[in-house]
Design a protein around this ligand. Structure first.
Ligand code: GLN
Length: 543
């Protein structure tokens, strides 16, 4: 039977619970255990798919097409275990299921209540599909004391009784703030937070104390005494130089040993942390550096591009270089001089995914700059669509080329397939015909042209990548775009949807309709990011 680790947060939000969960899972995995991490989000949205990136940061998409919390990206990057729909649930999704059952009459006249109906649904979610696992780590979003997280804490309390205390532990992540005026770290907020959690019936076994200064022994003992945990189970979690140092750092503080001890496991092998030491070494000792300009829309909020940021760093690790990322607001490129001043120092230009018209002309102008100046270019999702519009306008003479996402156009180089595919084509695609109003989400296969640049980068002709978009490059424009030098080197298996474009006459110019950043891992960098950064390194030697 799988054992459960419940992770809650106290005092303030943004303590990095997600990274902590991912790091603990990685440490247990390094000792040979099979792990899976799940995230419980107390908000009422059914999923984060409809939330603004400013509210929520990136929406992380799984192979099975779920739009999930960005913490699932950390989980997957740190453990290599592919996240699934069943690893992220919100209060909204739980209530949606319960209310649908209630309307169908499934409750046979009973009164439907938070306890037991909501708590049962939460417990069922935590326990589903766990037979082949040693540990299930369940992270509860939000902070203990929030009204909306109460049903989740109550479900943990019940579940701990049901599976037995030996099969479940509670890890509470808190903040030990440093008060400069007093020159002291303060333990009181942690004491209050643990008291709040205990009052709900959940006594933590381990406290992970985020602090910006080392936690003195005396303070550690004080927390242990007031919070009713072993002193060794009060784990200091100092700010790390990089997220990829966190597993090794927490191991040094004894986190995984304390977790195993709390479960009464005394014979676990020591962790093999060699891959973590390798990536730390690559991160800490780069042999050069490159600067990449990311021309996007949500640039003031790097969380909106979390996986992209990490994938670029992975590409740097693979090439042993530091990657400086310049987040450039596409809207500020009002004149060509502006654009050149911002883009000339870049060794690579990347146009990421995005939605809506705002900033699109700046993105198209950036593609043009990269093409004309032979600067490595990587277009992702909307970025590939912008590369096709740029090609249509400037190398294929289709001046009015645009995307129907931005409004009606005479030259829909990008559009919904229901707008451009023949009735016969739509029929052939069967289940996809109603895609006009919905997203293409999750993993889809693509066929690469043999001898193309992408086929050599992947070392394969068949790939599978994750998607999240409504619009597609219009296959009817393929011939005119290819005449202008843009090659369609990756297509959906039925040959109908353009998935990858590239320019053979350019040093490195690739646009992809999918999101390769979602599958990149520090110890398994995505080949496209590895290749892009390699091209940027070459470019840096030229300028
Ligand atoms: N807005 C575009 C579409 O819906 C691109 C989406 C994206 O970049 N993720 O097709």
């Amino acid at each position: 039977m799988a054992r459960f680790i419940f992770i809650t947060g106290g005092v303030v939000s943004s303590l990095g619970k997600g990274l902590m969960a991912a790091s603990l899972a990685a440490l247990l995995q390094a000792r040979g255990f099979r792990v899976r991490i799940r995230k419980f989000d107390p908000y009422l949205n059914v999923d984060p798919g409809t939330m603004s990136p400013y509210q929520h940061g990136e929406v992380y998409v799984t192979d099975d097409g779920a739009e999930t919390d960005l913490d699932l990206g950390h989980y997957e990057r740190f453990t290599g275990v592919a996240a699934r729909q069943s690893d992220n649930v919100t209060s909204g999704r739980i209530y949606q299921g319960i209310i649908a059952k209630e309307r169908r009459g499934d409750y046979l006249g009973a009164t439907v209540q938070v306890i037991p109906h909501v708590t049962d649904a939460i417990k069922a979610f935590a326990q589903a599909d766990t037979d082949d696992l040693d540990f299930v780590l369940c992270e509860i979003g939000g902070t203990v004391g929030d009204i909306e997280s109460l049903p989740f804490i109550e479900a943990i309390r019940q579940l701990r009784n049901e599976v037995g205390r030996v099969n479940s532990i509670s890890v509470h992540v808190t903040l030990v703030p440093y008060i400069a005026a007093a020159g002291e770290l303060k333990t009181k907020p942690t004491q209050h937070s643990v008291r709040e959690l205990a009052s709900l019936g959940v006594q933590p076994d381990i406290l992970l104390c985020r602090c910006e200064k080392p936690l003195p022994d005396g303070e550690r003992a004080k927390i242990a005494q007031f919070c009713n945990v072993r002193k060794e189970a009060v784990i200091p979690a100092l700010d790390a130089d990089s997220i990829y140092s966190v597993p090794v750092q927490y191991h040094g503080e004894g986190l995984d040993s304390e977790v195993l001890r709390a479960f009464g496991i005394h014979d676990a092998p020591e962790p093999d942390l060699s891959r973590w030491y390798d990536i730390m070494d690559r991160k800490q000792h780069p042999e050069g550096e490159v600067t990449i300009g990311v021309v996007g829309k949500y640039v003031s909020l790097p969380d909106a591009y979390k996986s992209l940021n990490e994938a670029l760093i992975h590409g740097g690790m693979a090439n042993r270089v530091k990657v400086n990322i310049r987040w450039l607001d596409a809207e500020m490129f009002e004149t060509d001089d502006d654009l050149a001043a911002n883009l000339e120092p870049m060794h690579g230009i990347l146009v990421p995914g995005g939605f809506g018209e705002r900033g699109s002309e700046g993105k198209i102008a950036s593609v043009r700059f990269a093409r004309e100046r032979n600067v490595p270019f990587f277009g992702i999702c909307l970025g590939m669509q912008m590369a096709c519009i740029e090609a249509a306008r400037n190398t294929s003479g289709i001046e009015k080329a645009s995307s129907t996402e931005f409004g009606p156009t005479d030259e829909p180089v990008v559009g919904l397939i229901t707008e451009w595919m023949s009735a016969e084509g739509l029929q052939k695609r069967g289940a996809d015909t109603d895609m006009g109003g919905t997203m293409r989400l999750g993993a889809y296969e693509a066929k690469l042209s043999p001898n193309s640049h992408v086929a050599s980068i992947y070392g394969a002709n068949d790939i599978s990548e994750r998607h999240r978009h409504r619009y597609e490059v219009n296959g009817a424009y393929r011939e005119s775009l290819e005449k202008g030098g843009l090659v369609f080197s990756g297509l959906s298996p039925d040959g109908m949807l353009p998935e990858i474009v590239e320019r053979p006459d350019h040093s490195w110019f690739i646009g992809v309709q999918f999101h390769p950043e979602l599958k990149s891992k520090p110890f398994d960098p995505h080949p496209l990011f590895k290749g892009f950064i390699e091209a940027a390194v070459k470019q840096s030697r030229l300028v």
